[in-house]
Design a protein around this ligand. Sequence first.
Ligand code: ADP
Length: 587
Amino acid sequence: MRVLVFNAGSSSLKLGVFDGEQQVFKASFDRFGPEGCDLKIGGETSRAPQPDLAGAIAAVPALLDRHGVEKIDAVGHRLAHGGTGFTAPVRIDDEVETRIEALTPLAPLHNPAMLQAVRLARQLWPDLPQVAVFDTSFHLTNPARATTYAVPKAWREAGLRRFGFHGTSHRYVAQRAAEALGQDAKDLRIVSIHLGNGASACAVQYGRSIDSSMGMTPLEGLVMGTRSGDVDPGAFGFLQRELGLDIPQIEAALYADSGLKALTGSADMRDVEDRAAAGDLEAQLAINIYAYRARKYLGAYAAAMGGLDAVVLTGGIGENSASMRRRICDGLGFLGLMLDDDLNRAPDLTDRAAPQIQAQGSRVAVIVTETAEQLMIAREVRQLLLRSAPVPRSIPVAVSGRHVHLSADAVEALFGPGYRLNPGAPLRQPGNWVAEERLSLEGPKGRLERVAILGPLRPRTQIEVSRTDSFALGLDAPVRDSGKLDGTPSVRLIGPAGQLDCNGLIVAARHIHTSPADAEAMGLTDGSLIRVRVTGAGGRDLVFDRVLIRVAPGTVTEMHIDTDEANAAGISGAGEGELAGKAVAEL
Ligand code: ADP
């Protein structure tokens, strides 16, 4: 399938054509003006007569013809803001177009040009499927603690919240970094740092974005070419009182006249680095501020994820500036992160390479790679269009109450040396049982009594509670897949013969156990994420997103949700689930 990808801005249009993973054509129109624009094809730049975006898009069919790009099967569009409504790429029709337009207030500087590209492309290629891919979608997995501003409720109800951007880039480079490490992204805690004209950092914990430095708008966070990044919102009042500026003036300056441009007069990092090297003190300070802000976010995200396995740097600055990479990473030895100076100096990024530049013995891998947002958009378009409808299939839904899986050591600590648990009622999964014994859990706020113990024993103790339980304990249990226990909080387990402070407290991520045969019949693979519509006696049907598929021989097919989820879906005891498609934003 050949996909034409558009990335439209107010002063530029980038386009690419992809045949599968292969880019077969690449061009950009830049610096629109009454006299025309720069047209770059491959490495060559020439002047072209198109004065604006509309002119550039209208010129694309002839341009493709001229370069022998014949058949296009679909068109993909980058959209900056998808709000909370667009959780995944979507095929564009009139209704989608109207919904995108309604989001303009959230991204007044970015969405209008992109929407214009959508409209023009739909007129030019009315028979081709057109798909919108949103920068915000990847971050919709961020928990409320990361997306909620502590501001009046009426503001939040009006839609003020953090979204995060550059999602297509963060998703691509995190995936690329995991590939380069030969590991599954679902096993890694990655900080992705995109440093281009815009810049943002993203915490990708076990395959999901859990936080990113851009907020409601692409203004928050890192220092950028012309954008300020983080600023005390108190500045608005100060600037109004002291300089008589109004809000549109302040906002415009924070977008277009801040960042490197404000600090040095140039928004271009190459200029800033050259000036700094020639002794310009303002440029030196700007570089220090830029690197310091990025390093702060890196550290913050390592803390947010409870550890760090890899850092991936991308964007024009991340890819090309060895000194900026050094500055950001220097002093992070305490996190187990050390660069190798030789490897850092000139990593070879050709053919989408993702070289590692950490020193021998560094616990954290550092990877540099070119971002490939257009390739990622082409992939998304292909996946959306090729995705076959899932086989409808009913799955029993079981509600997991709070429970504990114990290690052999924990059993001895809680029940006494040599003690063996007594298997009680069998569970549906063959070989699993509820023990006759119970134990208590204690946290800084409270205690949960008579908590079930499930057998058989496991190599590592795991304590599964609901979100509500974790508040009752006064602990912050993360949502995790079973067995992913690094960095999880510790809770006190109390048994008849002793007590034990043990980490491994999680809210289990909703999942489906299934056998290889059932998985194949349903078209599912181990580790994939799907959506499931759940129905219970309470009549409150709910679609659960990001349900993890766990395939193992000898398993009975069954979906597990926790008590909070069951309450929300009106299920007491048992319910029924039906596959409802792939999950959004699957990494
Ligand atoms: P965009 O976000 O518009 O796609 P890019 O990712 O191309 O932008 O990044 C542009 C930034 O990268 C500019 O600040 C530019 O100076 C910087 N850059 C490109 N090459 C180098 C280099 N060799 N050294 C330092 N900075 C560089």
